[in-house]
Design a protein. Structure first.
Length: 366
């Protein structure tokens, strides 16, 4: 097997060697001047763990639950799109790796393989489906129904993309894997989308996908058709404002992901760790709160949980593992993060995920 580096910076540097410049830039970069990309990391650095000692950490458990779903650690793999541009096995490799550790895999609407192929690779593993809500509700319903049939256990609707962020690096490179069709598998395989195509003689999959992809009018009423179409919990990904978290509770949403899309959408917006405390204060324990964007290590996960997250999503770390060594690379990244989290908890005097709270960290300024 090919070993992948332990440290995130080394992972990123090694992944860069395996990718064309445009592809690496697409994955690594953030929107605009990348202020939010940097803020996500700075926010983690501004909090420090204040450990307790002599608290018998001979047994430490990472096990937790989200909405009653048991998971071995408070970690999920984020819905990174178009993983086939990183490695030919794409989502098939990362879904198989996540199954091995029972870490839920969140398959993106714009995956390189169909959600059914990913489900097969994930086997008895845990999987959720991420929805970019198309501007055609019948296609949206068809996606989530397919996901339910294929054994996905939750729907995660991304709500922070009424349009693409100002990705200056990609614009300079004149590169977009999406516009090249790298994420069209789920559309091409969809029966409702096929009917829609058939009604337009001469129409091409990619062109029509681009026509229906964005839903700038997305609003709270759009949740009902999805709720009616499937019997699965619905999470919203891309919540940063406490008022939106409160709206989610009012609309019966089952969970939220505090996310700024890895710094790839609204540049200049708040870091997720900075957004978390007010959101937690506002919605308390009324729904599970997940968090992503900038999570790289065990201490990062610990800090997010201490500030009120129930679990985190890992994105770029596993993507770089995939890039370097396919399925084995993703497995190694998961293993390393689990090891790091367990070590962090032991050295902090904490035996279980449920014991992690704000008492274990303190804000510092550099
Ligand atoms: C142009 C839209 O979430 C990203 C991914 C994929 C976005 C879909 C393509 O690049 O942040």
């Amino acid at each position: 097997r090919k070993d992948v580096p332990l440290r995130f910076e080394d992972l990123e540097n090694e992944a860069q060697k395996h990718l064309d410049k445009n592809v690496f830039d697409y994955e690594q970069s953030g929107a605009g001047i990348e202020e939010t990309l940097r803020s996500n990391r700075e926010a983690f650095s501004n909090w420090k763990i204040v450990p307790r000692v002599m608290r018998d950490v001979s047994t430490v458990s990472l096990h937790t639950t989200i909405n009653g779903q048991s998971i071995p650690a408070p970690i999920l793999l984020a819905p990174v799109g178009m993983q086939g541009i990183s490695h030919p096995d794409g989502e098939l490799a990362s879904a198989a790796a996540s199954a091995k550790y029972e870490v839920p895999f969140i398959a993106s609407t714009v995956s390189s393989y169909t959600l059914e192929e990913i489900a097969e690779a994930n086997g008895n593993g845990k999987r959720w489906f991420q929805l970019y809500y198309p501007n055609n509700v019948e296609i949206a319903k068809s996606f989530v129904k397919r996901a339910e049939i294929a054994g996905y256990e939750a729907i995660v609707i991304t709500v922070d993309m009424p349009l693409i962020g100002n990705r200056e690096r990609d614009r300079s490179n004149q590169y977009s894997p999406f516009l090249l069709g790298a994420g069209k598998a789920n559309y091409a395989a969809d029966p409702v989308f096929q009917e829609y195509l058939a009604a337009k003689p001469g129409a091409a999959v990619l062109d029509e996908m681009l026509q229906t992809f964005y839903r700038p009018g997305l609003n709270w009423e759009d949740m009902k058709p999805i709720r009616d179409a499937v019997d699965l919990p619905i999470y919203l990904k891309g919540i940063l404002h406490p008022d939106d978290a409160e709206e989610a509770v009012k609309h019966g949403i089952d969970g939220i992901v505090v996310s700024n899309h890895g710094g790839r959408q609204l540049d200049g917006c708040i870091a997720t760790l900075d957004a978390l405390p007010l959101i937690k204060e506002r919605v308390k324990d009324k729904l599970p709160i997940l968090l992503d964007s900038g999570v790289r290590s065990g201490p990062d996960i610990f800090k997010a949980l201490a500030l009120g997250a129930d679990a985190v999503l890992l994105g770029r770390p596993f993507l770089y593992g995939l890039t370097i060594a396919g399925q084995s690379g993703v497995e190694q990244v998961i293993q390393n993060v689990l090891h790091d989290l367990k070590t962090t908890m032991s050295l902090s005097g904490i035996k279980s995920i449920q014991e992690i709270n704000a008492n274990a960290i303190r804000k510092t300024y550099r």
